[in-house]
Design a protein. Structure first.
Length: 116
């Protein structure tokens, strides 16, 4: 079964940066719109950013607009999320998936903790 594996999370101070990666096991994902989602403790999973299959169009949640950048390299079957000027409220487990999300593709996610 096709899988998505997130990596790159960690602990960072407020104002810092982190870059997340999402490796796809199947080249079929290169033909799909993709997205990043996150789930903070005690909250529902929420949309963060999306990118069209060709990478030309992007969309962001208002809470991350201007700080996060989504990109993809279809030649490497990889999706990225560059996160700058991180805030404590960005603390969450970050997941990649198709956009809209498909329940079969949720992975383990990668934990991001932003300390104040």
């Amino acid at each position: 079964q096709a899988q998505l594996v997130e990596s790159g999370g960690g602990l960072v101070q407020a104002g810092g940066s982190l870059g997340l990666s999402c490796a796809a096991s199947d080249r079929a994902f290169t033909r799909r719109d993709m997205g990043w989602f996150r789930q903070a403790p005690g909250k529902e999973r929420e949309f963060v950013a999306a990118i069209s299959r060709g990478g030309m169009n992007t969309d962001y949640a208002d809470s991350v607009k201007g700080r996060f950048t989504i990109s993809r390299d279809n030649g490497k079957n990889t999706l990225y999320l560059q996160m700058n000027t991180l805030k404590p409220e960005d603390t969450a487990v970050y997941y990649c998936n198709t956009n809209p999300a498909h329940p079969a593709y949720w992975g383990q996610g990668t934990q991001v903790i932003v300390s104040s």
